[in-house]
Design a protein around this ligand. Structure first.
Ligand code: ADE
Length: 221
């Protein structure tokens, strides 16, 4: 998979994609991630990328030209263009799975007061990572990239994300490791039994209980 991210703040991405699982995925050629400063595409003599809003109002608005030209230069028939915006479709694990099947994603990070409405016309999907306002789409694009890259074949053990929270609308079951007793708290006996059927049953029931307690809305789905 190839992911192109359009931003005015490329430095924000340096450490995030240079650690742990994402770093390994890049090294193993499971994903290519390119960060583009769309200011480099501005045709303004001062490389301006924003202007005041028509009709008046606060702040600056991102202009069409640099973003249109940057997307145009990257796009091919396999590309899916995504706009990060608080008024987009709410992101979740099921959307992460769908996007992980794509060949090429182009993520556009807005900033300042917003972007010219006409930028929406070159986007296939608009995504929000939650009902709150970030200073820009950069953190949202990192969240989306991280959650997609870990789903790509060969990035983490195949079985390990089959048990992720939100698969089948259930939260993950509790897990334990050594020691068997810590500060008086014991690992449930069934996990030491070696009986795989019983363990699977226990885990399913714990998932169900946890989801009922913490996220009953998931069960309604
Ligand atoms: N840009 C600002 N806030 C955002 C959000 N919640 N999700 C995606 N992009 C954003």
């Amino acid at each position: 998979m190839k992911i192109d991210i359009l931003t005015l703040f490329p430095n924000m991405f340096e450490n995030v994609f240079n650690e742990s699982i994402i770093k390994r995925a890049i090294e193993k050629d499971k994903v290519t991630i390119n960060i583009h400063n769309f200011r480099d595409y501005s045709k303004d003599p001062h490389n301006k990328v924003d202007d005041t809003p028509y009709g008046g109002g606060n702040g600056m608005v991102l202009t069409c030209q640099p973003i249109f030209d940057c997307v145009e230069s990257l796009k091919n028939e396999d590309s899916k263009v995504i706009l990060l915006t608080p008024d987009g479709k709410k992101y979740n694990q099921s959307l992460a799975y769908d996007l992980s099947k794509e060949k090429h994603l182009i993520l556009i990070c807005g900033h300042y007061e917003g972007f010219d409405e006409r930028i929406r016309t070159i986007c296939d999907i608009e995504i929000s990572i939650g009902d709150y306002i970030l200073t820009g789409g950069e953190l949202a694009s990192m969240v989306i990239t991280d959650s997609i890259v870990r789903l790509l074949p060969g990035v983490i053990e195949e079985n390990s994300h089959l048990n992720d929270s939100f698969n089948n609308n259930l939260l993950d079951y509790p897990t334990y490791t050594k020691p068997r007793v810590y500060k008086g708290m014991e690992v449930p006996n069934v996990l030491l039994s070696g009986d795989h059927k019983k363990i699977a049953e226990y885990r399913y029931n714990e998932s169900l209980k946890k989801t009922q307690n913490l996220r009953p809305d998931l069960l309604e789905k």
